[in-house]
Design a protein around this ligand. Sequence first.
Ligand SMILES: *Cc1c(COP(=O)(O)O)cnc(C)c1O
Length: 229
Amino acid sequence: MNSINTRFTEVSNSIQTACQQCNRSPESVQLLAVSKTKPATAIRELYHLGQRDFGENYLQEALSKQQELADLPDLVWHFIGPIQSNKTRDIAQSFQWVHSLDREKVARRLSEQRPAHLPPLNVLIQVNIDDEQSKSGVHPDAIAALADFIVQQPQLQLRGLMTIPAAQVSDQQQQQSLQAMQRLFSQLASQYSTVDTLSMGMSNDLTEAIAAGSTLVRIGTALFGARTT
Ligand SMILES: *Cc1c(COP(=O)(O)O)cnc(C)c1O
């Protein structure tokens, strides 16, 4: 049995079922395969099953996998981890998407360091929707100002919002947070025509996130198996 193959089918089916339950087209939800801590060989396997978008959290690890996979021309790399401002140059050069943008300084550096021959970097504002001390992301009240700053950066393209809701809360609390994100997202989309992406939902809450309007789910464990490191 090929487990990545089986898991890929299961995840694709879960997305399809979740979409059916809320009358959405399955094409309206994109799958991002979160490959942190997993080897390049696993990415290659998923690539051959048709997956193109991969998410990484750790820069050095991502760069070395990108080198190993340089023969695959059309991979799309998303940086989804916390960003230290001294790492922006490599991120600006080696990724097509950043999901974890939460401050002006990093936005300015990413734009300045994005090579001129590449299209603008697609960025999402990370929102700390449950106001957790330990988490990155802006407070909902700060989205508007950061968005306004981002759209003035020539080498950035504002595409939407990303969130990691609090774990271990009641179903009701979870639903409230997801729906709050949905409202913040439609507000932003009505203001900026480039905004089309709500990055929300992981292995454990994919169905609820899709019901709340997610357009991109970030799936690690359900695709690659549990992370041991
Ligand atoms: C690790 C990670 C994921 C994937 O989580 P799973 O529960 O393994 O699906 C998604 N988003 C971010 C930001 C992550 O760090």
